[in-house]
Design a protein around this ligand. Structure first.
Ligand code: C2E
Ligand code: MG
Ligand code: MG
Ligand code: MG
Length: 292
């Protein structure tokens, strides 16, 4: 599978080694400050279920708007957070924040959705990871079934037996698991059957070309068939237009995420989104039906 090289490449080739080191150091220092001073935020991108035609969940995505550096992309600072270990407190914070938020959505009467949280490998490999997740859920008063953890192929393959054990433990709690960015790593379709995952997210680099590129189409077709035969739901990432959506429906893809359906947005905007899409508050819906 081909790898999707993002926007970072330009920066890599256009700056000298010295400038890069400077930027790297500055990012590290500013990120530490951002964490201390609460300059990090979480936005949520709705995911659409193609069978119910309704929102099924949201993915929590971290945002950093630094007073000095401006907006820094997670693709740039998450790797630094991983290298420095800052990902441990940052990742925990995202988990807490988004679980609390989802608890609030649930309690305010919107139809229940799950929140998907990206977990980096360093975080997942912590000995107390499962305990930490359990504690966060308890503190947020959120049922485990409303939490989905997104892991990547890299984590899944590293010490696969330990990974499987940890995933099974999480699933016993009731938490569901997604395999993120599928197709960009060292994908081996054979290990899919061993991993206790609920969702597979096809990386957006394959979705781009779905109706022009016969190979991308064929790859997606076979990923979906194989996943379904293993009882895994498929989510297509980065769906940007109607034709991609139509093609994915034809291929029996279960869910989509992408700018076509919804952008990542603040928690407050998700409330408006619920309202716009007719995802009425439960009590309001009761009023409508009983009021005839
Ligand atoms: P990801 O988990 O694969 O998240 C999806 C990324 O695709 C997000 O980028 C999202 O904004 C973007 N996206 C969604 N729909 C579309 C679309 O239709 N077109 C295009 N071009 N892009 C779309 P974002 O928010 O910049 O995050 C980038 C990556 O950073 C994430 O990829 C994830 O790997 C990582 N990340 C973000 N938040 C966290 C976090 O809280 N913890 C960890 N460990 N990683 C995170
Ligand atoms: Mg993700
Ligand atoms: Mg992804
Ligand atoms: Mg990614």
């Amino acid at each position: 599978f081909a790898k999707d090289f993002g926007g970072n490449q330009y920066q890599l080739f256009s700056s000298s080694i010295g400038q890069q080191t400077n930027r790297r150091l500055q990012l590290e220092q500013r990120l530490r400050k951002a964490l201390e001073q609460n300059h990090l935020e979480v936005v949520y991108q709705p995911k659409l279920n193609l069978y119910t035609n309704r929102i099924s969940g949201v993915e929590a995505l971290i945002r950093w708007n630094d007073p000095i550096l401006g907006v820094v992309s997670p693709d740039e600072f998450i790797p630094i957070a991983e290298e420095t270990g800052m990902i441990i407190p940052i990742g925990k914070w995202v988990l807490e924040k988004s679980s609390q938020q989802n608890g609030e959505w649930n309690k305010s009467g919107y139809p229940p959705i799950h929140v998907c949280v990206n977990i980096s490998s360093k975080q997942f490999l912590q000995d107390d990871f499962v305990k930490m997740v359990q504690q966060v859920l308890q503190d947020a008063d959120l049922e485990p079934k409303y939490l989905n953890l997104e892991i990547t192929e890299g984590i899944a393959l590293y010490k696969i037996d330990d990974t499987i054990e940890k995933l099974l433990h999480l699933k016993q709690l009731g938490v569901s698991i997604s395999l993120d960015d599928f197709g960009t790593g060292y994908s081996s379709l054979s290990y899919l059957k061993r991993l206790p995952i609920d969702y597979l997210k096809i990386d957006r680099s394959f979705i781009n070309g779905i109706y022009e590129d016969k190979q991308d189409f064929a790859i997606i077709d076979s990923i979906i068939s194989l996943s379904h035969s293993l009882g895994i739901n498929v989510v297509a990432e980065g769906v940007e237009d109607e034709l991609q959506l139509k093609t994915l429906r034809q291929l029996h893809c279960d869910e989509i995420q992408g700018y076509y359906y919804a952008m990542p947005m603040t928690a407050e905007k998700v409330n408006h989104f619920f309202d716009e899409k007719g995802e009425y508050l439960l009590d309001r819906r009761t009023l409508v039906t009983t009021g005839g």
